[in-house]
Design a protein around this ligand. Structure first.
Ligand code: SF4
Length: 367
């Protein structure tokens, strides 16, 4: 018989909370480490596969808890083989997207595997160039729904990994970026808990450089995270260097104008000692002129940051087209000449609706 009215979602729990739950079940807390090892190192999807646990504990877990597995609706692979996009159905029939991207270091030849996760179904920020922003907000994802997106790829590809050497972690996903659907800082309680599980040596054991959270600029929450000890990198999606344009592109700017945002970024850098990434998607004739570059240099002067210029995917039913490569290179050169570390990134998987929310949009439209 179940000991709880509503099954506990095991992937929502931190290692400490899992111990408390075991205590509540009347089981030894020492089993927590084995359960976490099964989930995050052995990639099992159900309690039945945790054969090392006592039959009594497995039975109690089956009656009182759920693992929760996302249902795969659609999976697309880009022709270059470097990007995969998946659409998942959640228990309440809503859908979210995740992406897997492979990068290869040109000098070492080492492969990096990055999973881009969603934090919300839809998004309330409403950025004009974003398919998710055009869908509106539906709900926040739970901690477990965020974690499951990463575990999907771990389970899919992890078993192909060679046995790790002594002391090495058996973790297939190497980087996690919160750049999928939703504004992660608008669901910060759940995102914070998910990151703490990703950070935990008993969870995935990912460190500071392996987790990146990208925000449209929620100033109150940026100030809050300045005080916290979580291990992740912060990226701010700027996309415009003056308030009039940013009000149009990223409407949250009306609530948190640029002066407040830059001041919060400085506070974050001062308190954490960390660099910030500035994301700037280049759109033809919108924000890609040399005057825009000058305004950006002026705005960011004195801010310890690196800029990622992004050549995005065209958004169906919108006026936003990515800038040409020549324009992007000229924009990048101007920033580099001013002494700002600037990378130019090209959006992955244009052939598979890889822009944020595009796959879900297509599904919603075809319905
Ligand atoms: S770009 Fe990000 S913050 Fe803006 S609407 Fe899309 S998902 Fe939301």
């Amino acid at each position: 018989m179940s000991l709880v009215n509503t099954p506990v979602r095991i992937l929502d729990l931190t290692p400490v909370q899992l111990k408390e739950f075991l205590k509540f079940l009347g089981e030894p807390v020492t089993a927590a480490d084995r359960i976490l090892k099964y989930i995050y190192r052995e990639y099992v999807a159900g309690f039945d596969d945790m054969t090392d646990l006592s039959p009594t504990l497995r039975e109690k877990l089956a009656q009182s808890a759920i693992m929760g597995v996302l249902e795969l609706v659609e999976e697309l692979a880009a022709v270059d083989g470097q990007t995969r996009k998946v659409l998942f159905r959640l228990a309440d029939n809503n859908t979210v997207e995740s992406a897997l991207m492979f990068f290869r270091n040109s000098s070492t030849g080492r492969e990096r595997r990055t999973v881009c996760v969603s934090s919300q179904v839809g998004c309330a920020v409403g950025c004009q160039f974003c398919a998710t922003g055009q869908q509106g907000f539906v709900r926040n994802l739970s901690v477990g729904e965020i974690i499951q997106q990463i575990l999907f790829f771990q389970r899919r590809f992890g078993p192909e990994m060679a046995e790790p050497k002594k002391g090495e972690k058996r973790i297939w996903v190497m980087n996690v970026v919160f750049m999928g659907m939703g504004e992660p800082l608008a669901n910060y309680d759940n995102v914070r808990q998910a990151i703490s599980i990703l950070n935990s040596p008993k969870g995935m054991g990912l460190g500071f450089h392996q987790v990146t959270l990208s925000t449209a600029g929620l100033v109150t929450q940026i100030r809050q995270i300045s005080e916290e000890k979580l291990q992740f990198q912060l990226a701010v999606s700027l996309h415009a260097a003056n308030d009039a344009l940013r009000n149009r592109l990223v409407p949250i700017n009306k609530q948190y104008p640029l002066a407040q945002l830059i001041s919060a970024c400085k506070e974050y850098i001062g308190k954490t000692g960390r660099n910030i990434f500035i994301e700037y998607a280049l759109f033809e004739g919108v924000n890609d002129s040399m005057q825009d570059a000058d305004a950006l240099i002026h705005l960011l002067s004195g801010l310890q940051c690196s800029i990622n210029l992004i050549l995005g995917n065209p958004v169906p039913a919108s006026d936003f087209q990515p800038s040409s490569r020549e324009t992007a290179l000229a924009f990048q050169k101007k920033l580099i000449d001013s002494g700002t570390r600037t990378m130019l990134r090209v959006s992955r998987g244009a052939d598979i609706d890889a822009g944020c929310g595009q796959l879900r949009s297509r599904r919603l439209e075809s319905r």
